[in-house]
Structures are given as structure tokens and as C-alpha cells.
Design a protein around this ligand. Structure first.
Ligand code: ADP
Length: 203
């Protein structure tokens, strides 16, 4: 019940259905995951969308993906075209790297998207967006986006997971800087993509 502890009270012991902020949640007792049933939308899965630039993906992202995939029926990692961020990797490359990183998680899909996140949210019939919080600064950045997304689509809720302490200082910009300096990034980046990432930055 960790993800939703802050949003609803504990269900009675003998019930697996209970209301929470207008959504009926069902706990899958075998897998320990939640499913959401807002009947008017006909959604029968608890589907999270984890959007980001992922330029490049790192261990902090993977930590969130692993934790969210254990909570949700489905997790869509949505790779967005960089707006004002100056990264080196193309959308296709970031998507390819993320697919390698997520290969071990059978309920995780990697998708690219352009345009408004709230539109993508509706197209995918998602239950909520997922974002990570590393610090109070992150929260200050996230809050307006959350409000704006709900302004665009009233049901476009955002759930937050706090970064694990061991990864909370990792950022894509830090990894990019190390790559530019041709320094070892293996403490910060999932092992399976380190060689490819180093090659991309040496090219
Ligand atoms: P943005 O979406 O702003 O372009 P990123 O692609 O780096 O930024 O991050 C995507 C999401 O992952 C954001 O919600 C961000 O807060 C979260 N995130 C980034 N780094 C970490 C980390 N080290 N631990 C947990 N979450 C993180």
C-alpha cells in the first residue's frame, strides 16, 4: 500500500476493493499490485506514465522504474523530445537505451511522445503520471506542472515517489558532464548501457 498510503486510509482487512479519491482500487493479492477502476472511464488497469527526458537514463531513473513497476499493473516510460534542455542524445537513442535498461521488467513499456503530456495521458488511458522527487527544489519545479496538467485534463493526476537516498544526488546533467570529460560513469548509470553511452560521447 506504500504508494497510496498518503492518499487513502487502509482498507478493512477482509476487503480488496475500496474507494480512494474517486477511484476504486483493487489489490491483486497474488502480485501485490494495485488496479484502478474509475468506472466512467472504463479503465481496468492501474497504468502509470513516467515522463522525462532521460538524457541519458541513469540509476536514479532505474530505481524509480523498478519501484513503480512493482506497484502498478503497467508502467509506460515516456521519453519526450527535449524542449529547452541541451542534451546530446537523439530521441531514438534515449528510447533505445531505456529499452535496454527496462528489459527485465515485463510490465514496463518505453514510448516516445511529442506534444502535450496531458494528451498522451488520455491517449494511453493512464491512471496517473509518475514523477520522482530528489529535493525540495524538485518539488518546486514539479508543482506548477502538476497543476497545469490538471488544468488541461482534470483527471490527469500526478503521483510522486521520493528518490532513494543512495541515488538522490544523481542527475542526467551530472552524467553528461562526466561523459564530456571522458570520466567513468559506471557508478551512476546502469551497467548494461555504459559502453554504448561512452561510445556515443566519444564519437
Ligand atoms: P526532466 O523530466 O525534467 O527532463 P529527467 O528526465 O532527468 O528530467 O527525469 C525524469 C523524472 O525522473 C523526473 O520526475 C525526475 O524528478 C526523476 N528523477 C531524476 N533523477 C532522479 C533520481 N536520481 N532519483 C529519482 N528520480 C529522479
Amino acid at each position: 500500500t506504500k504508494l497510496l498510503d498518503f492518499a487513502c486510509s487502509e482498507p478493512p482487512q477482509n476487503l480488496s476493493l475500496w474507494p480512494c479519491n474517486g477511484i476504486i482500487l483493487r489489490k491483486n493479492r497474488e502480485e501485490g499490485r494495485f488496479s484502478a477502476f474509475p468506472p466512467e472511464r472504463g479503465i481496468i488497469v492501474f497504468r502509470l506514465i513516467y515522463p522525462g527526458s532521460f538524457d541519458p537514463p541513469h540509476k536514479g531513473h532505474l530505481d524509480l522504474i523498478a519501484r513503480a513497476s512493482a506497484l502498478a499493473d503497467e508502467l509506460i516510460v515516456a521519453v519526450l523530445q527535449n524542449g529547452d534542455k541541451a542534451g546530446k542524445l537523439s530521441l531514438e537513442t534515449r528510447c533505445k537505451l531505456l529499452k535496454q535498461v527496462c528489459a527485465g521488467y515485463d510490465n514496463v513499456r518505453v514510448r516516445t511522445f511529442r506534444g502535450a503530456l496531458a494528451d498522451f495521458f488520455s491517449e494511453e488511458k493512464a491512471t496517473a503520471l509518475l514523477r520522482g522527487l530528489r529535493s525540495a527544489d524538485d518539488f518546486g519545479y514539479e508543482l506548477p506542472m502538476t497543476v497545469v496538467n490538471r488544468g488541461l485534463k482534470a483527471d490527469c493526476e500526478t503521483l510522486f515517489l521520493a528518490a532513494s537516498p543512495e541515488y538522490s544526488f544523481i542527475s542526467s546533467s551530472l552524467v553528461r558532464e562526466l561523459l564530456r570529460l571522458q570520466k567513468d560513469v559506471s557508478p551512476y548509470v546502469p551497467e548494461c548501457i555504459v559502453p554504448e553511452l561512452e561510445d556515443l560521447y566519444q564519437a
